[in-house]
Design a protein around this ligand. Structure first.
Ligand code: NDP
Length: 372
């Protein structure tokens, strides 16, 4: 009751500030408890104006706490286009050669790195050295060694490092995590994660080892890795993995097409996952405990996410993932808010340690022990 009353008090205050909140959004915030408080905005420069960068920029139009104030791009025509579309002044526009100068720009608090995977390490470390907080897309880096260097560099520069794990703020996902934490599913025994899509254009960077760092596992399988951890609520202690390749022409050496992997957790729970670049309609999580189950399908796409548990359909309303993510990240960076599931550099590093172990298990055919 108390928390409901507190919520309604906060809501009454917020209606003055945000009269355009939809009833769906209000209902969603009530159900998830996700409510970003007023406060200073996080002024963000997006680096890499590609397909996902564009999606983030569009979603940020509806943010309450995060604001797009700058861009970093290697394509002058995109910069001009974004300047007029998002009202970005010339002095807040950079390219990859000169963006270290961002350190002298008081209009930018954080850089959001949305470039191909192999560039994340350099881009994050340079942004950190320029004294800016950094949000980095998944996978945070190509391997745990690089990830550790990025975490260390951000610590040294005294800036925050977050990873773009948008599902950590998704209401139906959070409801399952709440049920698991409160024991409503009993002892967790099993998780299944299926993550994949049939990839198109063979010339794209996602199919180039030097830019992608691998194949489907780095790009889409990471959702099952990360999901296994937040669904089960433990860190894995071993992995086994098997690779299959049906098209060695498209999927060159070092670029995985399909990997099945299994994770073992300290409690005895196990996860069985599939990561692939050659099957569509593969986006499903299933969690099984001694008292109940939860399933999400789709589980990590842009939504709406759909799901049910042994108690019935999950009804939390859909909100644009990237809008919620950026508002929540603003509160994490500016107010020190603690998210339900961490999105910091250490969290990104844990997934990279598991990715390293999966590739090692594929190579050796053996069970690989993990300490995370
Ligand atoms: P795109 O290819 O659409 O965009 C990447 C952008 O990076 C390019 O448009 C370009 O922007 C810049 N870039 C800089 N150097 C290079 C280079 N050598 N080759 C290609 N592009 C370069 O990729 P996405 O936007 O789909 O993916 C970017 C990152 O975002 C990846 O790490 C990916 O995993 C992640 N992602 C995350 C998603 C999520 O849901 N969290 C969803 C999709 C992607 P410019 O011309 O401005 O320099």
């Amino acid at each position: 009751m108390n928390s409901r009353r507190n919520f309604l008090q906060k809501l009454a205050a917020s209606v003055v500030t945000f009269p355009l909140l939809s009833s769906e959004a209000i209902a969603c915030m009530e159900q998830t408890g996700s409510m970003v408080q007023d406060g200073p905005p996080l002024r963000v420069a997006i680096m890499g104006l590609g397909s996902y960068g564009t999606r983030v920029a569009e979603a940020m139009k509806d943010c309450k706490r995060a604001r797009l104030t700058g861009v970093i791009s290697g394509t002058p025509a995109k910069i001009t286009n974004w300047q007029s579309k998002y009202n970005i002044p010339e002095k807040n526009c950079y390219n990859y050669e000169n963006f270290d100068r961002i350190k002298d720009n008081p209009d930018i608090d954080a850089v959001y790195v949305i470039t191909p995977n192999a560039l994340h390490r350099e881009h994050v470390i340079r942004a950190a050295k320029a004294g800016k907080h950094v949000i980095c897309e998944k996978p945070m880096a190509l391997n745990a060694k690089e990830g550790q260097e990025m975490v260390d560099a951000c610590k040294k520069a005294n800036v925050k490092l977050l990873v773009g794990y948008r599902m950590h703020f998704e209401p139906k996902t959070l409801e399952i995590i709440r049920m698991r934490k409160e024991g409503e599913l009993g002892k967790i025994m099993f998780f299944q994660g299926l993550s994949g899509f049939a990839i198109g254009d063979p010339g794209q960077w996602r199919l180039k080892k030097e830019l992608a760092g691998g194949g489907a596992l780095m790009d889409i399988g990471i959702y099952s890795i990360n999901g296994a951890r937040y669904m089960v609520g433990e860190e894995p202690v071993w992995v086994t993995a098997q690779e299959t390749k049906t098209d060695p022409e498209k999927f060159k050496p070092g670029v995985d097409e399909t990997i099945q992997f299994q994770l073992g957790f300290p409690s005895g729970a196990v996860a069985s996952c599939l990561s692939t670049y050659s099957m569509n309609n593969l986006d499903r999580f299933f969690l099984n405990g001694t008292k109940g189950f939860a399933e999400l399908q789709p589980s990590t796409g842009y939504g709406p996410i759909k799901g049910r548990t042994n108690k019935g359909e999950l009804t939390q309303p859909h909100m644009t993932h990237q809008t919620v993510q950026m508002d929540e990240m603003a509160a994490i960076i500016m107010d020190g808010k603690q998210p339900v599931v961490s999105v910091d550099g250490e969290e990104g590093l844990r997934d990279l340690k598991i990715i390293d172990a999966i590739y090692e298990a594929v190579k050796s055919g053996k069970k690989v022990k993990l300490t995370i």
